[in-house]
Write a protein that binds this ligand. Sequence first.
Ligand code: SF4
Length: 206
Amino acid sequence: MDAQKILFELEKLYPDARPALHYATPYELLVAVILSAQCTDERVNKVTAELFKKYNTPQAMLTLSQEELERYIFSCGFYRNKAKHILSASRDIVEKFGGQVPGDHAKLKTLAGVGQKTANVVYAVAFGGDAIAVDTHVFRVANRLGLAHASTPEKTELQLNEAIPKNEWSRAHHWLIYHGRRVCHSQRPDCAGCTLKELCEYHNKK
Ligand code: SF4
């Protein structure tokens, strides 16, 4: 596996790769990322377009009851847990961080309902930090290409941190997501049309 060549190709393919979730502030991004678990970005964007009209700060969000918030986010799935996490994280932001989402990775992870993947996305996208969030696309594509050989997202993240220069982590995250969405599909990867096939372990083993 030649990580440099793979990254070079991915950058050529997706020079404008950026997050698909709509947000204007770190808080809006945090809420959108919590909502995006097991849900499409398109659906999240529709839900947050309504929700953020009135509730786009932790203080405003905390004026909603659990049930009221659930009604806004119902169509994103897992709405009970997501509402609980959004309200808990909002409470933490107000009580522990003066109403501002912390820009420090370790502090982000102390927020209720915020795990490694969510913290990585917010840290990298909202604050320009170096992190690779391993979602389902990153996990699948990285392991197929051979950038990682891991059975879990946690191990995949550690291996990607080794294989990819730190200053490329954030952009590589977006490149791998784009490639997973457009070419390297879960069920039927378009290997014949993939410009990375010469470099790809999965394809070369077939
Ligand atoms: S060659 Fe196939 S498996 Fe490898 S990255 Fe391309 S689409 Fe995915």
